[in-house]
Every structure is written in structure tokens, then in C-alpha cells.
Ligand binder design. Sequence first.
Ligand code: CAA
Length: 259
Amino acid sequence: MNPELIIVNPQIEKHIALIQINRPKELNALNRQVMTEIRDALKAFDEDENVRVIILTGGEKVFAAGADIKQMADATAISMLSIDQFSTWDQIKKTKKPIIAVVSGFALGGGCELAMTCDMIVASETAQFGQPEINIGTMPGAGGTQRLTRAVGKALAMEMVLTGKFISAQEAHKVGLVNKVVPVEVLIKEAITLAKSIAQKSPIAVQLAKESVNKAFESSLDEGLQFERKNFYLTFASEDQKEGMAAFIEKRKAEFKGK
Ligand code: CAA
């Protein structure tokens, strides 16, 4: 990993890994190298059995100000197509373990899209979300028109995408884009508390449940219900399900092993 692009910590707390975007001078603009590093770190953590939850964050003043405009400015449609810039982003969606985006300051363009591609967002009171690509003669290209619309509804998504207006952390919370808003001083602590509460559960059940919630965005209700039902049945192949139910009956805390 290149620490001038991202900082990684496989164990910020037991079972919790951290990825921090680290290009403060460029406001954490997401150039191809940063996205490749994020992809590789996510892949490594997804394969590491000690990791159960991943936190993805930026700095206090900026989560990420979007794709790197300077890197893109001279691109042609064909160079974009052949580099397929956004293909590295597919790994975020492919990651089986939950990813919590921890956002302070600007989450704009690709930065907002990156946060939305994660499974949950914890924001500081200073966070601002926006899709300002329209101001530079283009439009969102890494999920903004799709994920924002699903998260906040057509009216607000259309306004944000067509006018480039930002919304505050409080508004983002009100419309369901973020899970919680906390003072910046306790942001990471709160995110770790949330991560810990997931890390204590069965990693197998967590993975299947995450997949099932995500399926809701990609299928009809009937297909989603069938998918959920099969994943529910599949949990019964795990030792963790036996342990979880035995612990409930014996009135003790369950010890989940991810088996
Ligand atoms: N790409 C490249 N460099 C960026 C950048 C970006 N997205 N955002 C900021 N920077 C750079 C600036 O060029 C500046 O560099 P220099 O010091 O070398 O001049 C430095 O970061 C600091 O930026 P500002 O001086 O502009 O800081 P500010 O506090 O006045 O403003 C801001 C902050 C409102 C975030 C402003 O920087 C801004 O509007 N940034 C661009 C936001 C944007 O349009 N994002 C969308 C990008 S396109 C995209 O993301 C496509 C997609 O769907 C994936």
C-alpha cells in the first residue's frame, strides 16, 4: 500500500480494519491510483479472516472531493472507455464484509458515490454531500444518479444532480442517506462502536444478510424474497446458527466463530 494515497490498519480494534484516504492537499481527490489502492485493500481485508468489518474514511475536513478532475480533464470518451476508470469501483460492491463509510467534511461527486457504495454512512456534523459534476460540464458516473435516487428519492436526487447543490449532514440524515450524525471529535469512536456491534455477530449471517439487503435494490420483491429465504436456510448450515440459538436457550452470550 502507498501511504501517500491511503493508510491502512488491519486491526484498529479486534476484527475491525480501517482504510483512510490520504491525499489532503488534493482534498482526497480519487485518482486511478487511489481507487486501485482502495480496491486492493478491500480485497485483502475481505480475504483476511481476522477482519469482520471495514471502515473507510478520509480526513476531518474532507472525505473526498470527487474523481480527480485534473487527471480526467484531457480524457477522451475512448480513453475513458479503454481505461474503464470506474471498473476498480466494482470491488467495493463485491466486498462481502460490511463497509462503513465515515464521512467528515466534503463528500462530493465520486466522494459521495464512494460513501454511498459502502453499506452504511456515519457522518460528522460538518459533512456535506453533493453531486456537483453538472458544474464542470459532466454528470455522475460512479453510481450517483442511481444510488442517490434510491437512497433519497427522485425529487431531491434530481435537484442535487441537476443543480449541484450540497446537502448538510443533518439533511442527509433526515432523508435517510446516512445512519447517524455525530460531533467530529467522536466520529471514529462512534463508527467503531457501530462496527463492533456488527463484528460480534456471526460473520456468516452478516454476509448473507448484507447480500440479501443489497438484493432489494436489484430485484423484484418476489425474487428478493426467494433470495432472502434461501440465505436464511443457508445460515442453518453454520455452527454459528447452532451456537446462537443454543446460547439464547441457555441464557448466555453467544460466541460466534464464523464457521
Ligand atoms: N480533483 C482534483 N483536484 C481537486 C478536486 C478534484 N475533484 N477537488 C479539489 N481539488 C484540488 C484543487 O484543485 C486545489 O488544488 P490546488 O491547491 O493545486 O489549486 C485543492 O484541491 C484545494 O481545493 P480548493 O482550493 O478548491 O478548496 P476549497 O476549500 O476552496 O473548495 C471544494 C473545496 C468545494 C471541494 C472545491 O475544491 C470543489 O468544488 N472541488 C471539486 C468538486 C467536484 O466537482 N467533484 C466532482 C468531480 S467529478 C466526479 O467525481 C465524477 C464521478 O462521478 C466519479
